[in-house]
Design a protein around this ligand. Structure first.
Ligand SMILES: [Zn+2]
Ligand SMILES: [Zn+2]
Length: 257
């Protein structure tokens, strides 16, 4: 990824496939559909515009890059490709199906946990800061409040998507002779909408991300991580304490901008 634009933190960067008009291609603009998956960040809602500065080591010293929020494929490219596109038994159905994994119905902009930390602790314009526990934090919620963070439990989330797609596939195979054109595409879109709804609900666990953040600072909620997770069953996490060394490096780099 060039110019500090991190678009999908999924570790499994499957290239995807194009089977007739069934597209799961991981391309900044897929052909022939013409969808740009990063549009949900670049031309997305205002809540997606907040970036965080990351200090990186360059040969000439430390450099700061502004890191965008991530374009998350609600039905992940790897899972749709593996479960649907690569199954030869589905070729006849796919031949009648016009679908694109990069269409806006399947995209959502999500912050990384680094955006969360930057908003609360190090961003000048997020409001007055107070020391709570061992951290200096604003009391103002971020614009992307109550959205799960893209780096929390993506693998577990992918498994859920894979399971759901597997069930859909079983149904399609059973119905293969009477399946109507684009019935599969609308089923996939419905599943996208369903998982979008799940993500919205998950971001509200424990009273939402802001309530959970504040409670974690006060050490009053051991389940603080739940609204930050993409997954139904989040992995338990300790509340992070940012290392002073990382912060010192960042501040030094920012001052040299
Ligand atoms: Zn993702
Ligand atoms: Zn496409």
């Amino acid at each position: 990824m060039s110019s500090g634009q991190q678009t999908d933190s999924s570790k499994r960067h499957t290239e995807g496939l194009l089977v007739k008009e069934f597209c799961t291609q991981r391309k900044s603009k897929c052909d022939p559909c013409g969808n740009k998956y990063d549009d949900c960040v670049k031309n997305g809602p205002a809540v997606a515009a907040f970036k965080f500065p990351r200090a990186i080591n360059k040969s000439g010293g430390i450099e700061v890059q502004d890191i965008s929020q991530n374009a998350h494929h609600i039905l992940c490219i790897a899972e749709v490709t593996k479960v649907i596109s690569k199954d030869d038994d589905l070729r006849r159905v796919l031949a009648n199906t016009k679908y694109c994994v990069n269409a806006s119905v399947n995209m959502i902009a999500l912050p990384l946990f680094s955006h969360t930390v930057h908003w609360y602790c190090t961003y000048d314009d997020s409001g007055d800061k107070q020391t709570i526990g061992s951290m200096v934090t604003t009391l103002t919620p971020p614009p992307f409040v109550n959205l799960p963070n893209h780096c929390f439990d993506h693998g577990r989330y992918n498994k859920e998507v894979e399971t759901t797609l597997g069930k859909l596939k079983a149904y399609v195979k059973e119905a293969v002779h009477k399946f109507e054109t684009n019935e599969l595409a609308s089923a996939l879109d419905n599943i996208s909408n369903g998982f979008r709804g799940k993500l919205v609900k998950r971001g509200l666990r424990e009273g939402g991300t802001h309530t959970a953040w504040m409670a974690a600072l006060n050490r009053r909620n051991d389940n603080w991580y739940k609204p930050f997770s993409l997954a139904k069953n989040p992995r338990e996490r300790a509340f992070p304490r940012r290392s002073k060394r990382t912060m010192d490096r960042l501040v030094k780099a920012l001052l040299n901008r």
